[in-house]
Design a protein around this ligand. Structure first.
Ligand code: NAD
Length: 483
């Protein structure tokens, strides 16, 4: 398959993608793209002007043609894009690691995950079924059909630079919607690589546009537009609430995948080796910059000491370094704002009497590196116990009973993911039932699969991505009464 345009590569200038055209910097304002492992500027990114946003909205009217394509054809485009991403795994993962920081091994896995999501929705595109209702009288028929909602505005953050754009667009495209994606300015080449694969796979011009620029400015224009009929956002609760309230003004549908503060309950009967090994691996993933990253560990008294020792021993063995370097097991924080945010939480906890058992400081080298950090004796009022750290911080707390663990786990307004380690089927069932979250991991942290709905409750948002439920945000229901 011939590529229509060179894959974005570093160092270099990146484009916008509007209505099937790759728009170079030209006279637009630019912002710098930085490698978080070195602090070096690696790219220049054009900022979309209001006229660019208008052009993307006009292009999104390609919705009508895309909606009318048979679902098999839409699915075939997604499937080809998945195959292209797999073919391009090395250049895509390399560009993504250089701009976002996580290790190349993690990034390769992410590219494969993105391809798997596209494949999943390629199949689901043809399973958007309606219903035929029982007849009320002779000659009458009521059909219930599900139709694509219309053009969608998607907002993808930087922490999964390849998977997030795919999560924003795969289900929407499968459902028959067009998309204007505002992708992350911190990691733009990855989102452009996704657009590139879809274009090369045969996605018609205008069905997907990719913009970068000033996030509040672009989101304001997209959300005010009557062209956009649904909004899908991943990011912080604060920004999510702002966008949801703007969406209400024009009654747009919203899917909100917001922050989390995931609790992990470790009971006396848990396999401590397994729990500590999985916990440290999950915590170090993308340097903790994951919405479902485990943060608050509630460990029952009988295993508290052994769990703390095993956890600290393992976390000290993490090799922090450039994600491109052989042997690195945790990369830097993704951009210059993150170390200050993480430092503020650690300092606050220590000031309130917490003890550091590992890490707690930035690493003195270029880039945005932070030591994997373990805190104990953290008072409930400490900021880190209440605000999403979005960094490599674990807080270990001793609890006496499962009831206490559940109460602490459910204390916060977050409700994204929760985990538990126990060998008791009864305790596992109880935790699954009582944790107030959208996703529960029992003796596992692997909770993101293309076929399973991913999303939160409470202030962590609403709606699902992935799974058959992922289509719901992009479909409207129509009942057709015939006589
Ligand atoms: P930030 O609030 O500056 O930005 C977070 C993301 O939201 C960025 O991608 C940004 O471009 C976007 N954004 C900000 N204002 C926006 C607006 N008005 N309209 C549209 N998009 C907007 O914070 P940050 O330091 O980059 O990230 C840290 C925080 O963001 C974390 O605490 C976490 O809560 C959240 N976050 C969550 C996820 C997730 O997977 N849920 C991913 C990335 C960031």
């Amino acid at each position: 398959m011939e590529s229509t345009k060179q894959m974005p590569r570093y160092p270099g200038e990146l484009p916008l993608f509007i209505g099937g055209a790759w728009e170079p910097v030209g006279t637009r304002r630019t912002r710098e793209v930085v490698n978080p492992a070195t602090g070096a500027v690696i790219g220049q990114l054009p900022e979309a002007r209001p006229a660019d946003v208008t052009a993307a909205l006009d292009a999104a009217r390609a919705f009508r043609g895309w909606r009318d394509r048979p679902p098999e054809e839409r699915g075939a485009v997604l499937r080809r894009a998945a195959a292209l991403l797999r073919e391009r795994v090395e250049p895509v993962a390399t560009a993504a690691t250089i701009e976002e920081g996580k290790t190349l091994a993690e990034m390769r896995a992410e590219v494969h995950m993105a391809a798997a999501i596209l494949d999943w929705y390629a199949e689901e595109a043809r399973r958007v079924y309606g219903r035929l209702l029982p007849r009320r009288g002779s000659g009458q028929r009521i059909l219930v059909s599900r139709e694509p909602v219309g053009p969608v505005a998607g907002f993808a953050p930087w922490n999964f630079p390849v998977v997030n754009p795919v999560r924003k667009v795969a289900a929407a495209l499968a459902a028959g919607c067009s998309c204007v994606l505002k992708a992350a300015e911190e990691a733009p080449a990855s989102a452009l690589a996704v657009a590139h694969a879809l274009e090369d796979a045969g996605l018609p011009p205008g069905v997907l546009s990719v913009l970068f620029g000033d996030p509040p400015e672009i989101s304001r224009q997209l959300l005010a537009s009557p062209v956009i009929r649904a909004v899908t956002f991943t990011g912080s609760i604060t920004v999510g609430k702002r966008l949801a309230s703007m969406a209400t003004d024009t009654m747009k549908r919203t899917t909100m995948e917001l922050g989390g503060h995931a609790p992990v309950v470790v009971l006396d009967d848990a396999d401590v080796e397994l729990a500590s090994a999985h916990s440290v691996a999950a915590k170090s993933l993308n340097a903790g910059q994951v919405c479902v990253s485990p943060t608050r560990f509630y460990v029952q008294s009988g295993v508290y000491r052994s769990f703390v020792d095993a956890f600290v021993d393992r976390i000290k063995r993490i090799e922090v370094g450039d994600g491109m370097a052989e042997g690195t097991t945790m990369g830097p924080l993704a951009h210059s704002r993150r170390p200050d945010a993480v430092r503020a939480l650690v300092d606050d906890a220590v000031r309130r009497g917490a003890r550091l058992l590992a890490g707690g400081a930035a690493i003195d080298r270029p880039g945005y590196f932070w030591e994997p950090t373990v805190l104990v004796d953290v008072p409930r009022e400490a900021r880190v116990m209440n605000e999403e750290p979005f960094g490599p911080i674990a807080v270990l707390t001793e609890v006496s009973t499962v009831e206490e663990a559940i109460a602490e786990a459910n204390r916060l307004p977050y409700g994204l993911a929760g985990y538990a380690f126990t060998d008791s089927a009864r305790a596992a069932r109880r935790l699954a039932d009582e944790l107030e979250v959208g996703m529960v991991g029992l003796n596992t942290f692997a909770i993101s699969r293309p076929e399973a709905p991913f999303g939160g409750i409470k202030e962590s948002g609403h709606g699902s991505e992935e799974g058959i439920e992922g289509l719901d945000g992009f479909l409207v229901t129509k009942s057709i009464h015939e006589s």
